[in-house]
Design a protein around this ligand. Structure first.
Ligand code: FES
Ligand code: FES
Length: 399
């Protein structure tokens, strides 16, 4: 289907797409997400909106046959595509079997999650070879239900898969995408580890490196303070040890030996069920006399769909008690691509507070020598907003 239409004016863009088998032409603002367009523009209110941040999965629809989160999908990116909502699955055989099984197994109560749950479950019925409970739970882990406890949902999906296979209906094979939560791009929630080379000679350049702009004007800024239980001079000295500090940051990995003013690395990001690995580089500057410094970093995710650039300035001063330190951060950043949804300043500040607690704890532990922080890359799950982590990673000399 053709996608480019005449400009409708008013800052809106013209779109042509297929929705539930019908050709549709509409005008939408470039920033509109698919969920709003379906609900407000086409009155397809079966697509529910819960979090609008890619976490709950209530908005799951099919885009060219693949489950996606409508709240994270720009309508403009759907030009020429085929969208299927829950209304479009009224006569779908698998969806019908799932609806019956959901009723039978008491797999819904308020029903708010149910449209998205059914779309995600249908994909599992299509592709899972057998009713494997663990894989079903992983596959549905991007769809949250606050009512049922999931047991009935899992039973229902298992029953439909078992019935389909018993009737000799094989799973679909050959799909490029991996089986995993809706929106996941790395299989069942795993992110490949990146290992630090043994020497500078073994250094490998990041697969996708965004060049640092000479003049950078961030789209968003915020300030953050970290309190640590160690003297300023010790904290500042630790910040100069890139490898040590990178180890304090969950999800951070170095891909090359850092030099005093440049570091290359990656950051494993998990935002709800969405996993991505950012790789890039950062330029580091330090002022020993003022106990201050800055990091200017940039990177992109493995698929190159989301990119980020940020500059963090920091100053280490005395804390409120003798022998303690306070780090004052000034963070500026720009994020582009699908993960830009997470760049909303209020969210960034909120999660930055959580990150600060974890970072301060790990840095304090390292300075105390009493406990090693969690190995980098193994435990990024507790931090919800990976892009905030990317900014703080840049602060630690690691984009
Ligand atoms: S509304 Fe889209 S994931 Fe929650
Ligand atoms: S049935 Fe209420 S949120 Fe799932």
């Amino acid at each position: 289907m053709s996608a480019a239409l005449a400009d409708p004016g008013g800052g809106r863009m013209a779109l042509a797409l297929t929705v539930n088998g019908h050709a549709v032409r509409l005008a939408a603002e470039p920033r509109s997400h698919l969920g709003d367009v379906l609900r407000d523009g086409l009155d397809l209110t079966g697509t529910h909106l819960g979090c609008e941040h890619g976490v709950c999965g209530a908005c799951t629809v099919l885009l060219d046959g693949e489950p996606v989160r409508a709240c994270l999908t720009f309508a403009g990116a759907c030009a020429g595509a085929a969208v299927t909502t829950i209304e479009g699955l009224d006569t779908d055989e698998i969806a019908g079997e799932l609806r019956a099984a959901f009723n039978r197994e008491h797999a819904l109560q308020c029903g708010y999650c149910t449209p998205g749950m059914l779309v995600a479950a249908r994909d599992l019925v299509l592709r899972l070879p057998e009713p494997d409970e663990r894989r079903i739970r992983v596959g549905l882990s991007g769809n949250l239900c606050r009512c049922t406890g999931y047991a009935g949902i899992v039973r229902a999906v298992m029953a439909v898969i078992a019935a389909q296979r018993a009737r000799g209906i094989p799973p679909e094979t050959g799909a490029e995408r991996t089986l995993g939560p809706v929106g996941a791009r790395t299989g069942e929630g795993t992110v490949a580890a990146v290992h630090l080379p043994a020497s500078a000679a073994a250094s490998t350049a990041p697969a996708a490196v965004a060049e640092l702009a000479a003049s950078f004007a961030p789209a968003h800024c915020f300030v953050q303070a970290l309190d640590l239980a160690h003297p300023p001079e010790a904290v500042f000295a630790l910040l100069g040890d890139i490898e040590a500090v990178a180890a304090c940051l969950p999800g951070a990995v170095l891909t090359a030996r850092p030099t005093p003013d440049m570091v290359e690395g990656g950051l494993q990001v998990r935002i709800g069920p969405i996993a991505a690995t950012f790789r890039g580089r950062a330029r580091i500057e330090r002022d020993e006399a003022a106990r201050s410094g800055s990091v200017h970093g940039a990177g992109s995710d493995a698929g190159g769909r989301s990119a980020t650039e940020g500059r963090i300035r920091y100053r280490v001063g005395p804390g409120s008690a003798a022998g303690t330190a306070r780090i004052e951060l000034e963070v500026g950043y720009t994020l582009t691509g699908p993960l830009a949804q997470f760049g909303r300043p209020g969210l960034v500040r909120d999660v930055a507070g959580r990150i600060a607690v974890e970072l301060a704890r790990n840095v304090d532990a390292r300075l105390s020598g009493v406990a090693a922080p969690a190995p980098a890359g193994l435990n990024p799950l507790r931090l919800l907003l990976g892009l905030v982590r990317a900014r703080l990673a840049s602060w630690f000399g690691h984009p």
